[in-house]
Every structure is written in C-alpha cells, then in structure tokens.
Design a protein around this ligand. Structure first.
Ligand code: PLP
Length: 395
C-alpha cells in the first residue's frame, strides 16, 4: 500500500530553506533570547472589539453549520469592499468565503489547473506556492526576476518556454517576501501576457491594506481582466486575524459556482461566529485597518533611516507588506550564510532570500514584527555585522 504521489510530493523533496527558522526556534526552546524577524505574524493580537463580536455571535447560537459559500452578510461585505476599492462591479455571487487565504490559493489552483498542466508564479515567492500547486497535481514553474528591477516581473521574464502548457499565473502585490508593489505598467504587462496566452490570473492581495508608498492596484480592475482573474483575500494581515482562518476568493460567478462545490466537499464552510466577527471588523472600515498596519509603517521608516546612513546593505524599495528585503551581497555571503552568521553571532533570526526561490540569493528578508526599539536595535546590529563581514572580505 502506498500513499499517493500527490501527497508525498507536496514539498517536492529537498530542503525547504527554513533551516535558519527552525534553528532559531530550537535556540529559543533552549532558553536563548533570539530576536525573531522571520514569519509574518503581527506582534499585536486580534483587537478585543473583534473578539467581542465573535463572542456575541457564538453565544447567540451561531455555532452550527454555516452556509457553505459564506454567510450572505459577509459575502456582501466583501463584495462591497472590493467594488469600492477597485471599481469592479462585484456582487456576493462573485465571492466565496474560505478558511484563510492559503485555502483560497489551493482552491483557486484546483479550479484553474488540470492535473499535469503548468502553473506559473513569480520568484521570489511566498513559501507555500510551489507546494500548493503540486497538491492540485499541477507542475509549479517559477518565473525568475531580478534585484535590479526590484524583483518585479517584466513581460520578457515570462518566456514562451515557461508558458508552454501553462493554465495560470500567480502574482502577489503588495509582495511577500520583497515588500514591493506592482505599479500599473507591471500589471498591464502581466495582463497582456494572460490575455495573449489565455492564462487565468490568480492575484494574491492579502497585503492590500499595507501600502507605504504609491497605491495598491488590483489587476482584476484592468480592462478585460475581471473574467480571467481570481483574487485571493484574507483578514489575516489586514485585521491581525491570522488564527481565525478567514479569507475569500473573488472570481467570475461561474468559477464561484464550481468553487462552492469544492467547498461542499472539502471545508464545508467557515464557522459562522468567525464570519460574523469578520463582518463586524470590515464594518469598522479604514481606521481599524490603518491601526493594524501602523506598526509596520513606523518600522519601515525606522529601517529606511538606519539603512540610509550606510552603504553596505541594500534595501529593495519597501513599498508595502510587513517585510523588507535586504541585499547583503557586499558581504560575499549567500543569504543563507549571512542569516546563519547573524543568528549565531547576535541571536537575530532573519529569513534567507534563498528560502523564497533562487532569484533573491544574497538577500535576507526581515519581518518587521517586533516592538520598535527592539527592531531598531536588531536592524542596526544587522548592518554593523554586514559591515564587519564586508571589511573582512575586502582585506
Ligand atoms: N499569501 C501570502 C503572500 C502570504 O504571505 C500569506 C501568509 O503569510 C498567505 C497568502 C496566507 O495567509 P492566510 O492563510 O493566513 O490568509
């Protein structure tokens, strides 16, 4: 008896590039004070007013099976939010509520990729992308990008070789891990490739409220794109609700009809009291979202100031999301070597760029998820460490 190839092959074998993260966790378990700048988890918890809404709903009896596609109220609230923010006419029939953005990513690929087809995504990438694609039986194909272009894809990066046999293209803006935001010309080039090559576009927009520079533009709003775009949304990042597991897919009505069948046979929906809390949270509008985003906005400024005062560590323009991507190539080390050396010497944990594919080698991603003073101190130490390494390299 054997397990299926699909389940045993989800990780694709080999190292997942998370060795530094696991080492930091081991050090913490052994009592070392490690500053963790690794994963995308807020240092604040879900706002108590959202928890109260959850409590009132649960005590009010909303603990049974909820409607599989999502409650009418939440589907409408999400549709209104998207219509207002993007200008694309959107109704509840365009929305499926999911247990978080991750399950939405899985469902979106299952809906658009038949077994054996290729699913494209941009490198560097959020760590689960290739595994999500493998888990639906499709072949993950990474599109390399370049630090010089702030890791934003150009039309010519999406080569005809990669596109052969492809069903979908997955993009993420504001971006994890790079902290960049795709401007209109980048998105237009992506839209053109999708239209010319008849690809579905899966647009991961879970960081849409964390915008420090410029504006978030959803590619679903570009001409001719609403009918071929599936938007992934989540309240994890916008409302510090990571543990509540609540997100959505916005897509053409016909796609949602099929996705409801999928939800019926997999998740069977999302708890009603979580959905009621989400309706309440969305009704608070921008002020609550800005409050949740504010610490990252502040720390991004602290980081920019520290980095502006030196020239060893490069900063990929940090336009959005809760991360900054730092170029440490001047030290002569790979991202992984640098992250290990920083962890061993100063007990500061960062994610090597190599954890996110091959394009961000020689970089480290810093999550801005610790209190301001500790963050500032950690970043200054990182810079000092890079300077020492670079001077050793030079001598
Ligand atoms: N997409 C990106 C780019 C992410 O960084 C994350 C989480 O870190 C997710 C999707 C999934 O988020 P969740 O499943 O918590 O909604």
């Amino acid at each position: 008896m054997e397990l299926s190839q699909r389940i045993t092959n989800i990780t694709g074998g080999g190292s997942d590039g998370w060795d530094v993260f696991y080492k930091a966790r081991r050090m913490i378990a052994e009592g070392t004070d490690v500053i963790e700048l690794t994963i995308g988890e807020h240092d604040i918890r879900t706002d108590p007013i959202i928890l109260s809404a959850m409590d009132i709903s649960a005590r009010g009896g909303h603990t049974g099976y909820a409607m599989v596609p999502g409650t009418q109220e939440l589907r409408e609230a999400v549709a209104t939010r998207l219509a207002e923010r993007t200008g694309v006419p959107t109704t509840y029939e365009n929305i499926l509520i999911t247990p978080g953005g991750q399950s939405a990513l899985f469902a979106a690929h299952l809906a658009t990729c038949s077994p054996g087809t290729r699913a494209l995504f941009i490198d560097p990438y959020y760590a689960t992308y290739p595994g999500t694609i493998r888990s639906v039986g499709a072949e993950p194909v990474a599109i390399a990008t370049h630090a010089e272009n702030a890791f934003k894809p150009r039309a010519e990066d999406i080569t005809s070789e990669a596109i052969k046999g492809a069903s979908s293209l997955l993009v993420n803006t504001p971006n994890n891990p790079t902290g960049t935001i795709y401007e209109r010309d980048t998105l237009q080039a992506i839209a053109q490739v999708c239209q010319e090559q008849d690809l579905w576009l899966i647009s991961d927009e879970v960081y849409d409220t964390q915008v420090w520079e410029g504006a978030h533009l959803s590619p679903r709003a570009l001409p001719g794109m609403a009918e071929r775009t599936l938007v992934i949304g989540s309240m994890s990042k916008s409302h510090a609700m990571t543990g509540s597991r609540i997100g959505w897919i916005a897509a053409p009505k016909e796609v949602i009809t099929h996705l409801i069948n999928l939800a019926t046979h997999t998740t069977y929906g999302v708890p009603g009291y979580i959905q009621d809390a989400a309706v309440f949270a969305l009704a608070q509008g921008n002020p609550l979202e800005e409050e949740v985003a504010a610490p990252f906005r502040r720390r991004r400024k602290l980081a920019s100031d520290i980095l502006a005062a030196q020239s060893t560590v490069g900063l990929i323009p940090a336009q959005g999301a809760m991360y900054i991507m730092l170029d440490v190539r001047a030290t002569g080390l790979s991202g992984e070597e640098f992250a290990n050396s920083l962890l061993d010497t100063h007990h500061i944990a960062t994610m090597p760029g190599e954890s996110f594919g091959t394009s961000a080698h020689g970089h480290v991603r810093v999550a801005m998820t610790v209190a301001d003073e500790r963050f500032k101190q950690a970043l200054q130490t990182l810079v000092d460490h890079a300077e020492v390494l670079a001077s050793h390299k030079a001598s």
